[in-house]
Design a protein around this ligand. Structure first.
Ligand code: HPA
Length: 272
């Protein structure tokens, strides 16, 4: 079955389930799923119920779409995403973005937890993603291009929408949230990077590193969607501080900033 047919099947199933047409898509990163809990009139749809959705591998939290309203805006949120390091193909990782597009969503907000490379950053900072470097050396647009989804050669010069960045900066200022801006560098993981790799990223102009997001953004831009990316700097990247890295630190930091993070994203939604 073609990719387009699978996308349309999944979108038709969701349309049957949903009363309101979602306008904004949210992809919630590690520890940032709490935003979905604030959605009003929520309707949750487990990934495993959606035709052709990749089957969740993570035990405990299978992953679901949550639809409803945030600040009066109709949203559909991915609570849990598919990572390349879990063994999914790039096509599987980006399938939900394609389905969002088929539902008529033209703007997506992508979030993640990321390691801070820029030495001015601190764990707990929020960073607007201005651009990315794809160090995964794979690309969801590889293979035969379906012209109904997007162009063969996709321009990535404005992958992260300038107007959305401006709004995000203004909202941060109004809310007195210190906001960073920078370049997100995508590594596949699941190992954290080595200190030598982080030195390289620093040298090449990356400000943060993470194991998600860029693939979804490439598919979104291919489909003509506008993207806003927000990273939560959950730890300093390898080699910057003497202590070792751990997933516990990532989760601890996202827990610490979750109320600021949720308020911020809601503040942005109010304005777009
Ligand atoms: N590296 C890669 N991914 C991450 C990190 C990191 O330091 N922190 C959170 N996600």
């Amino acid at each position: 079955m073609t990719l387009v047919k699978r996308i349309n099947d999944a979108a038709s199933y969701l349309q049957e389930q949903l009363k309101d047409k979602p306008k904004f898509g949210l992809i919630l990163g590690s520890g940032l799923g709490v935003l979905a809990d604030e959605i009003e009139n929520p309707k949750s749809i487990p990934y495993n119920d959606i035709p052709h959705f990749p089957v969740s591998t993570v035990e405990g939290h299978a992953g679901e779409l949550v639809c409803g309203q945030l600040k009066g805006k109709n949203v559909i949120a991915m609570k849990g995403r598919f990572h390349y390091y879990e063994g999914y193909t790039m096509e599987e990782v980006t399938f939900p973005v394609r389905v969002m597009k088929a539902l008529g969503i033209e703007t997506i907000i992508v979030t993640n937890a990321a390691g801070g490379v820029n030495r001015n950053f601190e764990p707990g900072d929020l960073m607007i993603i201005e651009d990315h470097i794809n160090f995964a050396f794979d690309n969801p647009l590889m293979g035969k291009n379906d012209d109904s989804l997007g162009l063969r050669f996709t321009d990535m010069s404005n992958a992260y929408d300038k107007n959305l960045i401006k709004v995000a900066e203004e909202v941060a200022e109004e809310m007195r949230i210190i906001i960073r801006k920078g370049v997100y560098t995508y590594f596949t993981g699941p190992t954290y990077e080595t200190p030598a790799e982080i030195k390289m990223v620093e040298f090449l102009g990356g400000d943060a590193v993470g194991m998600s997001t860029a693939s979804e953004v490439m598919a979104a831009v291919h489909g003509g969607q506008k993207v806003l990316g927000i990273s939560c700097i959950s730890n300093m990247a390898a080699g910057i501080l003497p202590q070792p890295l751990s997933h516990d630190e990532v989760i601890e930091t996202t827990q610490r900033v979750k109320s600021q993070f949720t308020a911020y994203i809601k503040g942005i939604l109010e304005r777009i």
